[in-house]
Ligand binder design. Structure first.
Ligand SMILES: *Cc1c(COP(=O)(O)O)cnc(C)c1O
Length: 434
């Protein structure tokens, strides 16, 4: 059994997290329930920040809030001195509602609407990551109307696509995001934005992928960008103050995953950028990173109650829980894998292999295939690990299933941070025929 952070087994022989008994949590708040190990989120945040501080490198660690965006989470990010990435008006609204310092908010997205950009400018957020030529024009117009000046980063695609265990070098990147670095688009964009007095061009941004377990992709991206920066200094006297290398740092979902330490990514990146800028006599830019999954992913678990089971003789046994793709769509969306235990008796001998099914009307609504478990009964509590990122944030009301509650656990205290949806919530926006 592999435990993350403060997760462990208490005196009652139950799974505990943040010093709180998960069986008690299921009883008090109901299931399905997302529970977060707050101390582990803090530890991860501090790990990234410390790695920069130790080397005296100016940096911003921006939490990519799409991984798990709620008022309490945004406030926790602020407590830990993180900046914040948002990719929509809704995420921006959440940040503002949480009282997050707007100067430390960065706005991403390949199709920000006029209303979203206006909202960002009205709140004077820290920077807008400009994605395409259309957006340059739109943002320019809005800034002129509002007589505003904004900090921007240009999002570029450096021709590196990183995946879990490998990376692909592409000549011209086939991506919906950003300006291509190699076909001249990025340079064309830079020329335009440097001329506009509405823009303060801070530097460049790239994001090469997700669930990445090596530093190679980040280093290659840094190299391509810094080389370009040297050309642009010579051509346009432009020197970037900020180099944002995005997020995508991998975490351990199952024993097949072997992540490296957050500090390792950071120190490798710093080393590479220092050496490149030295060689090219460029000034060392601030380095910004944008971890989402790696800040909250392994800090979250989901508690379910077990229900019906079905044996397909000679094939497998299905065990259904009281949630599924409505609270965790990742297994059906991209075959994501998880580990789980029975939270009410994690130490019982494992003597069965069951496949955990959700309760939605989709054959593809499976949470875990072939999970070794003690023979489960009715109303056991199943704890699925590592559901902290892209779980709640992708939750939906398919089959009109209310979305679960979210609890923060820390130092023996459980705090409800998102209420469970009710059936009234489900029909709240529906209008009857008149
Ligand atoms: C999704 C995203 C991130 C965060 O990715 P993780 O894999 O959760 O770390 C960071 N930056 C950008 C631009 C993203 O789109």
């Amino acid at each position: 059994m592999y435990f993350y952070g403060t997760t462990g087994i208490n005196n009652q022989g139950h799974l505990e997290i943040g010093g709180v008994d998960t069986v008690q949590l299921a009883k008090e708040f109901g299931t399905p329930l997302y529970v977060y190990d707050v101390a582990l989120i803090r530890e991860r945040a501090r790990g990234f920040k410390k790695a920069f501080e130790e080397q005296n490198v100016k940096a911003q660690v921006a939490y990519a809030s799409k991984a798990f965006s709620t008022v309490a989470m945004v406030q926790l990010a602020e407590e830990e001195g993180l900046s914040l990435d948002v990719v929509s008006g809704g995420e921006l609204y959440t940040a503002i509602a949480a009282g997050f310092n707007p100067a430390k908010i960065h706005f991403h997205g390949n199709n920000k609407s006029r209303e979203e950009l206006e909202m960002a400018i009205d709140h004077q957020i820290g920077c807008i990551v400009v994605d395409n030529f259309f957006e340059i024009e739109l943002l320019k117009t809005i800034c002129q109307e509002k007589n505003a000046k904004v900090n921007i980063l240009l999002r570029v695609t450096p021709g590196i696509e990183a995946h879990t265990h490998d990376y692909i070098l592409t000549g011209q990147e086939d991506s919906k995001f950003g300006f291509d670095l190699q076909n001249g688009q990025a340079e064309k964009a830079l020329k335009i934005v440097l001329k506009e007095k509405q823009f303060n061009v801070l530097g460049l941004h790239c994001h090469i992928g997700s669930q990445i377990f090596e530093t190679t992709g980040f280093l290659l991206a840094a190299k391509k960008i810094v080389n370009k920066l040297a050309e642009w200094r010579d051509q346009f006297s432009f020197e970037a103050e900020v180099l944002n290398l995005g997020g995508g740092f991998g975490i351990r979902y199952t024993k097949e995953d072997e992540p490296i330490q957050p500090s390792q990514y950071v120190s490798d990146i710093i080393k590479e950028v220092k050496s490149l800028t030295n060689q090219l006599s460029l000034k060392m830019p601030e380095i910004w990173i944008e971890p989402g999954r790696s800040l909250v992913g392994d800090a979250g678990i989901t508690l379910y109650k077990t229900g019906s089971s079905k044996e397909v003789p000679g094939v497998r046994k299905y065990l259904a829980v009281d949630g599924g793709m409505s609270d965790n769509i990742r297994p059906s969306l991209y075959q994501a894998k998880y580990e789980a235990v029975l939270a009410n008796r994690p130490l019982d001998p494992v003597n069965e292999t069951v496949s955990i099914a959700g309760k939605c009307c989709e054959s593809g609504d499976m949470l875990i295939w072939d999970l070794p478990l003690p023979e489960p009964g009715y109303d056991d509590i199943l704890a699925v690990f590592c559901t902290g990122a892209y779980g709640y944030s992708m939750a939906n009301n398919y089959n009109r299933i209310p979305r679960p509650a979210v609890v923060f656990a820390e130092n023996g205290q459980a705090t409800l941070v998102v209420k469970r949806e009710t059936y009234e919530d489900i029909v709240r926006l529906d209008l009857p025929l008149t």
